[in-house]
Design a protein around this ligand. Structure first.
Ligand SMILES: [Zn+2]
Length: 355
């Protein structure tokens, strides 16, 4: 998985000016680590960040694409599982927790059909640069240029939070992709990072079980769960399996949210943020992503929790950026992350999470 890269001769990159502007907004990286919080952290708030590797906004908002699913010889069976006349029914069939439970009580950003956009600012549009951007708050195209296993020179929000009073020692990460000890710079950050299986990608079901057991036993205040089987199936061109992986993750999210609400430490005090590291191509290029594929920079964000106003699916034009996620994670605990100079990009968490 460390060599997971896109391939093919694709369209020329035509959005350099936009990215130049965006990098101006987000530039600077997470170098300054001296910013202090605005106040003592609410000691009862928690946050769970979940990523679903390479899940396209197209499936998130519209459900299964009949043109892609139709190529599968099992289409007749698959059709009954995923194909419905309306986008609302198709997406609820694919992601029932997200659309039936989360959306009415939270927010979902990034439906480009409605003009609501979220994008990565990195030019690479592959996994490590995407995770670096969303976890640190800024792209780093120079040093994080691909999926090569190098220890991240940048501080992630998880590492930052793991050094804050009241949070230190209560941050943990679980990932299907074995690259996360590099992305989170485990030796430097000291974060518990449970990633991969025998040096390879781990099934998402096992990643979730490990994270759930840890949640119940150790009661972290910051939990990061990175699912990855969606991307693996997509790269293999297996659209039905990509959908199945997505639906399985949704079932883990439903169980996760129910588990959190059953525990007094977490009930009403926990924000769940769900996003992805990159998008994918459109149409016949759906399985790919990378530098030359503009659409693969398109992402999305879903959130629910006490600090997230329940405005549902964002239906008005807007522009959000992947680099906002890091600050949002800290904001859930009432902390200010020493983010790049992007103060105007406040995101969906408007209040401190603690009641
Ligand atoms: Zn990825």
């Amino acid at each position: 998985m460390l060599t997971r890269l896109t391939s093919g001769r694709l369209r020329k990159n035509t959005w350099q000016p936009l990215l130049a502007l965006l990098l101006g907004l987000l530039g600077g990286g997470v170098r300054a680590q001296t910013t202090t919080a605005t106040g003592p952290p609410p000691d009862s708030a928690n946050v769970v960040l979940v990523t679903i590797d390479g899940l396209r906004w197209q499936e998130l908002f519209d459900g299964a694409d009949a043109r892609l699913l139709h190529r599968d010889p099992r289409y007749r069976t698959l059709r009954s599982r995923y194909m419905w006349p309306t986008a609302a029914d198709r997406r609820a069939a694919l992601l029932p927790f997200l659309w039936d439970s989360l959306a009415p009580r939270g927010q979902v950003l990034g439906n480009r059909a409605l003009g609501n956009c979220q994008d990565v600012a990195n030019h690479r549009r592959v996994s490590y640069p995407g995770y670096n951007e969303l976890l640190t708050g800024a792209p780093d195209d120079q040093r994080i240029s691909g999926n090569r296993g190098i220890y991240n020179p940048n501080q992630t929000v998880l590492e930052y939070l793991n050094r804050q009073p009241g949070v230190a020692g209560r941050v943990a990460a679980f990932a299907s992709w074995e690259a996360f000890p590099f992305i989170l710079n485990q030796p430097r950050s000291g974060l518990p990072v449970d990633a991969g299986l025998d040096g390879r990608e781990r099934p998402d079901s096992l990643t979730y079980q490990a994270a759930r057991r840890y949640l119940l036993r150790a009661r972290p205040r910051v939990l990061f769960i990175a699912f990855g089987n969606t991307d693996t199936q997509a790269h293999a061109g297996r659209y039905a399996e990509y959908l199945d992986a997505t639906r399985a993750i949704d079932s883990y999210l439903a169980d996760l949210w129910a588990t959190l609400q059953a525990l007094p430490q977490y009930r009403g005090r926990t924000t769940l943020l769900i996003t992805t590291d990159h998008g994918r191509g459109r149409g016949r290029l759906w399985s790919q992503h990378g530098r030359e594929l503009l659409a693969s920079g398109q992402t999305w964000l879903a959130a629910i929790g006490p600090g997230v106003p329940a405005t549902g699916e964002a239906r008005t034009p807007g522009q959000h950026y992947q680099g906002q996620v890091a600050g949002q994670v800290a904001r859930c605990l009432g902390l200010d992350y020493p983010a790049p100079p992007a103060g105007a990009l406040t995101g969906v968490v408007t209040a401190t999470a603690a009641p």
